[in-house]
Design a protein around this ligand. Sequence first.
Ligand code: ZN
Ligand code: ZN
Ligand code: ZN
Length: 341
Amino acid sequence: MRPLTCPACGARVFFDNLDCPCGAAVAYLPDADVFALLGDGDGAADGPAEGAAPAAPCANREAASCNWAADAPGALCRSCAMTVVFPDLSVGENRALWVRTEAAKRRVLRGLGRWGWFTLADPGPRPEFHMLSEDTASGETRVMMGHLSGAITINVTEADPAERVARREAFDEPYRTVAGHFRHEIGHFLFERLAAEPGFSDAFRALFGDERADYGEALAAHHANGAPPDWAARHVSAYASAHPHEDWAESFAHVLHLWAILGGFVGEGLSAPCLPHPDYDPYAAEDGAEVIQAAGELCISLNAINRAMGIGDLYPFVLSETAREKLVFAHSWLRAGPGAG
Ligand SMILES: [Zn+2]
Ligand SMILES: [Zn+2]
Ligand SMILES: [Zn+2]
């Protein structure tokens, strides 16, 4: 894994960049995980092109600062194409909140794409995102985030950092981000795809419990009584103790968190004694327990660096043995990719 670079000049280009400092307009090719020069989609590149074919811009390039390439001129990229419901962009800060929410989604999809999920090679269904805001033309409304029958509702209001921190404190959570919401809800979505795979359900229930237990009752009990005092012995988070479905979504999200942390670290060309070998790629690694161990050790150091700047821990979690087993299980199915069954 290497940092993303400009195809014109070779300089470093960051994941969200629309342009390189050399002046070249660039577009990210999600399946190849590289930048291409931006073209109009059916002609020569506008920049100082050489080599690779120019990429067509996503139709949301202007509207959402989306720097992903589309498969055809005038089309949306595969991330934007998954959003089917939008907040009223003429109201308040909704446009800026939606743009930030889409950026978080692209980052999450990049990680999943490393295992083939939702890429062109993935023949299975993909989620439809409903991006809603609490701020509407007719006043404040409540938005419930969640997954239902392939539709994932995300509250773009949480792209406002002050709102998000207020909620994190109200719910007494150690960590709350828009990327985290996407990772959690996509976990629910992919559960339904994986549950159709032979061997998944029995192995799942042996580790997480029976997800056919009444969900409404379990959630009501969780909200009334809170998590059991010893939740950390079995779960990655307090909320994960609410129901096997939530345990799965939380464990799934933490696989994506930890792989993003370690993948980001080695992607920067950095090395640490906890890495199994210098060219380690966590997305290619077969042994999930090995990645979790390395990422956990790395996070101890990264947390210390954050504390040096007076900010919160990068990864404010300690994983018990059972919680790790659940992450290893989720990783084994994620890594198998969409063509597994
Ligand atoms: Zn350049
Ligand atoms: Zn796009
Ligand atoms: Zn959930």
